[in-house]
Design a protein around this ligand. Structure first.
Ligand code: GLA
Length: 734
């Protein structure tokens, strides 16, 4: 791994065993893009760099009428001087001009990687984990300095990028656009994959070919959103799970974003990603700097599954910061679907007690324990215990739960406030909202103005009091509505373009302070289910509630889609009651557990209310999960059959030493009288012999090349006859 600078040709070659990323300084001083893809020899000088067109309709040099930026591949392009594609940045100057021209002014190469102030970012554990290149570019007329940061990782097909903009002049600069990444590719023969949905059906994969024109996704909801995730794959048209070239792009950010691919009429592709420029305006006075969020570029020449495995390892090792980093996650019981807000201490203790009997390790008290919170209309903002429900306080309850031998956790939604709350009555101007206009509500709640440090301070103090006076091991941090009327009351008019971004910086700062004060706490992020499931959140909360949809059948699709960009250990997954609250569908308790075990695993129902037979199954499931969770959560994931293309879905995880594998098989609606279907495993040792569910004698190559049938040879289901039945195969090396 390393970064070589070919001085004479002015080319930087970032490389490791998997990838090369080559950057060149153009004849006119711009930073050009030369190559990104599978590793090529680091001594190779890249020759083809197009700066000339035929009959160019605008020309960047007097002495050469065909010299043009129109077709150039650029690392951080501007609009307005001959490149007509989507720019990476835009800066409005005091004289009204938006024209800029950044030219190379120097560079630095060093071992390791720096953090980004105030923002989540991948990190090194030791300097030998990565090498960083900083390229400094300047525009002397406008007084702008932009530093482009590139980090290449040891033994990972990953490059991380971000940009720092600095005002080095005297006049005010108004940054209207500052994206994290621009990647100009020499051809556009790719397919775009996005992960989209809505509440209760998050992150379904969706594909389309990038033949011509613009393909774009964005969030303007103030959070990354369930509707479309800040993770995109661009792959060759014949790439599938097991072969072909694929590139992943994560934005390490939890607010408004944009990702756009522009296939131009010369057949080239520009891909950009970053903060959404809509409603964005960041004034930089002399000497001030602005850092963009980080973008993670991942690559595979061996298909989507290999790409996901690299991403999982990278996020687990270099994004998650937590005492639970790479550690098995506690099996929890959450009371939300059991009681909603209608509980008292006795009811909670009853549920927890049964959980303990079942074998769970952590009890989580969800919404409804604070303020006057008896329904959606009141209480948010008042983070002190509701003594009518919990007369012994959070301290008293947590102690009783700890005494049972369980850890204890609570739910919070610290970014929100109800009109009916002490906080709102005392500080009506602490809420986002446009002057003299009504606010749009969401779940009867308003959004606190986290761009104001005093708001974040007040919430921090309230939470500090609760947490420091009880024994709390876990926090579920929810965010149950999108942001509207994004205006900071009392703020200067020219500062309003900062509010969306400052809001997220406020959220990150509260996370950071709580993590510092309570380093042992396990955070789980949540936003009406999985509406803020992004790489930025993983920096603070190593797991995220994946979806409010816990239906056994629907969850297969949601978790399968999520696995493209996020590790299994980050996927919050629970067994809830049946019929399911969201779909009304009945799926058996074993079938519900067979999908939840490919995640953090837990329960979200009152175990007192299930039959003795089902309870015995729950005890068995927990014993099983405790034995295998390390493999479920940190084994290599192989997606075998997609629920989006086949009626029967399958995936498996394999331990690093290939001794143990677990395969989940998920059927849809029963189709009668079908032929044998085989699911072929992956990742096993071909020479070794394995047992499947404790019996048999199968070579790894047989299981991988021939496979096992998904129905029995008499043409019936393996077990039962019902729709949505599942199977879990435990595979052991002999
Ligand atoms: C959101 C979450 C749920 C639950 C409720 C509580 O919908 O996704 O899991 O915590 O809020 O109000």
């Amino acid at each position: 791994m390393g970064i070589i600078f070919h001085e004479e040709e002015k080319q930087f070659h970032l490389y490791n065993d998997y990838i090369s990323y080559v950057i060149g300084i153009c004849p006119d001083g711009e930073v050009g893009h030369l190559y990104y893809g599978k590793r090529i020899h680091e001594k190779q000088i890249v020759k083809a760099y197009q700066t000339r067109g035929v009959r160019a309709l605008c020309c960047n040099r007097k002495e050469d009428e065909n010299y043009t930026k129109e077709m150039a591949q650029l690392e951080y392009p501007a609009f307005g001087n001959g490149d007509f594609r989507t720019p990476a940045y835009e800066i409005l100057q005091e004289n009204g001009s938006r024209v800029t021209n950044l030219v190379y002014a120097g560079h630095r190469i060093y071992a390791g990687k720096k953090g980004i102030p105030g923002l989540p970012a991948s990190y090194v554990e030791k300097d030998s984990d990565a090498t960083t290149l900083e390229i400094v570019c300047e525009d002397a007329v406008a007084g702008i300095r932009v530093t482009l940061f590139y980090t290449i990782w040891e033994q990972r097909p990953v490059v991380c990028r971000h940009a720092r903009l600095e005002n080095m002049g005297e006049e005010m600069l108004d940054v209207r656009r500052a994206l994290s990444l621009c990647l100009d590719l020499p051809d556009a023969e790719y397919t775009w994959m996005q992960f989209q949905g809505a509440w209760a059906r998050e992150r379904y994969p969706m594909e389309r070919d990038l033949s011509a024109g613009i393909t774009e996704i964005e969030s303007m909801r103030g959070h990354s959103s369930a509707n479309v995730n800040p993770f995109v794959i661009i792959k060759r048209k014949d790439t599938n799970e097991v072969q072909g070239e694929a590139m992943g792009f994560h934005l390490v950010y939890s607010g408004n974003f944009v990702a756009r691919a522009q296939a131009d009429t010369y057949g080239k592709l520009r891909f950009v990603m970053g903060l959404n420029p809509q409603w964005f305006s960041w004034k930089l006075s002399s000497g001030e700097v602005f850092d963009t969020p980080e973008a993670i570029l991942s690559y595979s020449a061996k298909g989507l599954n290999d790409l996901s495995q690299s991403i999982h390892g990278f996020l687990n090792d270099h994004m998650v910061r937590s005492p639970y980093k790479n550690k098995p996650r506690p099996i929890l019981l959450n009371n939300w679907e059991a009681t909603e807000m209608n509980f008292d201490e006795e009811k909670i203790l009853n549920i927890a007690k049964k959980g303990k009997e079942a074998g769970v390790e952590l009890f989580v008290l969800d919404d409804g324990w604070f303020g006057a919170r008896n329904d959606d209309y009141a209480g948010l903002g008042d983070w002190f215990v509701n003594a009518n429900k919990l007369p012994n306080g959070i301290y008293g309850l947590s102690k009783k739960i700890n005494d049972m031998g369980l850890q204890f956790g609570i739910w919070i939604e610290p970014e929100m406030v109800n009109e009916d709350s002490e906080l709102y009555r005392a500080h009506p101007d602490w809420v986002l909202g446009a002057p003299n206009r009504p606010r749009t509500l969401g779940r009867h709640q308003m959004v606190l103005d986290y761009s104001k440090p005093e708001v974040v301070d007040c919430i921090y103090k309230q939470l500090y009091d609760v947490i420091s006076n009880a024994s709390i091991h876990y926090i579920k941090w929810d965010m149950n509505r999108s942001i509207t009327e994004c205006y900071s009351l009392g703020g200067a008019p020219e500062e309003q373009g900062k509010v969306y971004h400052k809001y997220i910086l406020g959220v990150y700062s509260l996370y950071e302070r709580l993590m510092k004060a309570f380093p042992e706490i396990l955070f789980e992020s949540c936003a009406s289910g999985g509406a803020r499931f992004d790489a930025g959140m993983l920096y603070y909360a190593p797991q995220a509630w994946c979806s409010d949809d816990t239906d056994g059948h629907e969850r297969v699709k949601i978790q399968y889609g999520t696995s493209y960009g996020y590790p299994i250990a980050s996927i919050g997954a629970h067994v809830s009651a049946a019929p399911n609250q969201q779909t009304g569908r009945f799926v058996t308790i074993d079938d519900r557990a067979n999908i939840a075990c490919f995640g953090t695993f837990g329960y979200e129902l009152d175990l007192n209310e299930i039959s003795d037979e089902e309870f015995a199954r729950v005890q068995q499931q927990i014993r099983f999960m405790k034995e295998y969770r390390e493999v479920f959560q940190y084994g290599k994931l192989y997606r075998l059959q997609s629920p989006f293309t086949k009626d029967t879905a399958a995936w498996m995880v394999v331990s690093k030493d290939r001794e143990v594998a677990l395969l989940g098989l998920y059927r849809g609606c029963k189709t009668p009288n079908v032929g044998i279907d085989l699911v072929r495993m992956q990742g096993l040792d071909p020479e070794a012999s394995y047992t499947v569910n404790g019996s048999g004698d199968f070579y790894g190559d047989y299981l991988m090349e021939h496979g096992i049938p998904t129905i029995d040879t008499e043409g019936d289901w393996f077990h039962g006859n019902e729709d949505f039945s599942t199977e879990l195969f435990v595979i052991h090396k002999q």
